[in-house]
Design a protein around this ligand. Structure first.
Ligand SMILES: NC(=O)c1ccc[n+]([C@@H]2O[C@H](COP(=O)([O-])OP(=O)(O)OC[C@H]3O[C@@H](n4cnc5c(N)ncnc54)[C@H](O)[C@@H]3O)[C@@H](O)[C@H]2O)c1
Length: 339
C-alpha cells in the first residue's frame, strides 16, 4: 500500500519533507497540501500532483489523506495534532509538539483517551547513525554506569530575529530530546549561565550560553550553545561512563592537504548534517503507518517533556542562572519505559 500523506504548512521544512516523501520514501505519496498562504499551497501542491486544500481541518478529514504531516508554525501545531487524533489518523508533527506545556498535555490526554499512539514528533537526531551507535554502546553496559555528558551545539550565525530564549527552545531542544533517549533517563533540573558574550552577535542576544542538566539518576550534562561561532555547524556529544567513554562521530569527510596544511571541511548547515537522519525518520514513520503499527519514534510524551524542560531552561536564563526543577506530570502507561 502507498501511504497518502497530507501536509499542513508548505514552508521551508514542509517543502523539504514533501520532496523527501516524493523522491526518497518509496512507500509514500503526498496527496494534499495546505498553507495559510493559499498561493504557496497551490504552487507546492502542483509540483507533486497533489490537491491544494483551504485549511488544515479540511485536509485532516479528507478521504485522500491516510496520515498527516504538520510543518506549520509552532503555535498552530496543537490545533492540527488534536484534530488529527480526533480523526484517528497518524500524525507526524515537526518540533515543537506545541509551544506550551498545557497544549502538549492536552495532546497527551487526547491520545491516551484514544488508547493508542498516533503522534510522532520530529526529533530527528534519534534516527542519526552516530547517535544510534552511541545508544547501542551505552545500552550494552560496556562503559558501566553513565556519569557525565559533554555536548556542544554550534551554528555559524543566526539572524537578528533569533532571541536568547530560542537557544533553549529551538536549539538545545534537540540535545534535550536525544539525551533523554540516549540515557533512558529523565531530566530533573536545568540551569543556564551566560559567560562573556561574543562580539559577533546582535546586541540583544546572550551568546554563548552554557546549560547544565541533572538527570533523575544523577547524570550531569553540560551543553554549550554557541550560535554565532562563525566556523560552521558543529554538533559534539561525549558520554563518560565508569569505565570508558563514547563520542558522537564527526560527519565523514575527505581529508584535504593544501597550502602547507591539512584538514577536513566543517559542514555549514543542519540540513546537510542531519539529512540522512531526516530520511530514516520518514522511512520508519511511513513503514509504521503502512503496517498499521504504532509509531515508535519520539512520542507526544517526549514532545511534552521537551517543552517542560526548555521552559525550565528559559526560567533559569531569566533568573540569572538559578537551578530550576523540572516539574513534569506522571508519565501515562501508554508511553511505557523511563524516557
Ligand atoms: N526538526 C528540525 O530540525 C526542524 C528544522 C526546521 C524547522 N522545524 C520546525 O518546523 C516548523 C516549520 O518551520 P519552517 O522553518 O518550515 O517555517 P516556515 O515559516 O518556512 O514555514 C511554515 C509554513 O507554515 C504556514 N502556516 C502557518 N500557519 C499555518 C496554518 N495554521 N495552516 C497552514 N499553514 C500554516 C506558513 O504560511 C509557512 O508557509 C517549525 O515548528 C520549526 O520549529 C524543525
Amino acid at each position: 500500500m502507498t501511504v497518502r500523506v497530507g501536509v499542513i504548512g508548505a514552508g521551508m521544512i514542509g517543502q523539504d519533507h514533501i520532496r523527501r516523501l516524493t523522491d526518497v520514501v518509496t512507500a509514500a505519496t503526498v496527496t494534499a497540501v495546505t498553507d495559510i498562504d493559499a498561493s504557496r499551497a497551490a504552487d507546492v501542491a502542483a509540483t507533486v500532483g497533489a490537491t491544494a486544500l483551504p485549511t488544515g481541518a479540511d485536509l485532516i478529514v479528507s478521504p485522500e489523506v491516510d496520515a498527516v504531516l504538520v510543518t506549520s508554525w509552532g503555535p498552530t501545531h496543537a490545533e492540527h495534532v488534536l484534530a488529527a487524533v480526533a480523526a484517528g489518523k497518524p500524525v507526524f508533527c515537526e518540533k515543537p509538539l506545541a509551544t506550551t506545556a498545557e497544549d502538549c498535555l492536552r495532546i497527551v490526554e487526547a491520545e491516551c483517551a484514544y488508547g493508542r499512539r498516533l503522534v510522532q514528533v520530529g526529533f530527528m537526531r534519534r534516527f542519526d547513525t552516530g547517535y544510534r551507535q552511541m545508544k547501542e554502546v551505552l545500552s550494552s553496559g560496556s562503559l558501566g554506569t553513565p556519569l557525565i555528558v559533554h555536548c556542544a551545539h554550534r551554528n555559524p550565525t543566526v539572524p537578528e530575529s533569533y532571541t536568547s530564549e530560542m537557544a533553549a527552545q529551538d536549539t538545545a531542544v534537540h540535545e534535550i530530546d536525544v539525551l533523554r533517549w540516549l540515557l533512558d533517563d529523565e531530566i530533573a533540573t536545568a540551569q543556564v549561565i551566560t559567560p562573556r558574550a561574543t562580539g559577533r552577535r546582535f546586541a540583544h542576544l546572550k551568546d554563548p550560553q552554557i546549560m547544565y542538566f541533572d538527570t533523575a539518576n544523577g547524570v550531569r550534562i553540560d551543553l554549550e550553545v554557541f550560535v554565532n561561532c562563525q566556523y560552521g555547524y558543529d554538533i559534539q556529544c561525549e558520554a563518560v561512563g565508569e569505565s570508558g567513554l563514547v563520542r558522537l562521530p564527526d560527519p565523514a569527510s575527505v581529508g584535504i592537504r593544501t597550502a602547507g596544511g591539512h584538514g577536513t571541511a566543517v559542514l555549514q548547515d543542519w540540513k546537510r548534517r542531519f539529512e540522512d537522519a531526516f530520511d530514516s525518520e520518514f522511512r520508519e514513520w511511513i513503514a509504521s503507518v503502512e503496517a498499521g503499527a504504532e509509531a515508535t519514534g519520539p512520542s507526544a510524551w517526549d514532545g511534552y517533556a521537551a517543552t517542560v524542560i526548555t521552559d525550565a531552561a528559559v526560567r533559569s536564563l531569566e533568573s540569572d542562572g538559578t537551578v530550576v526543577t523540572v516539574d513534569m506530570k506522571p508519565r501515562p502507561a501508554l508511553y511505557g519505559g523511563t524516557a
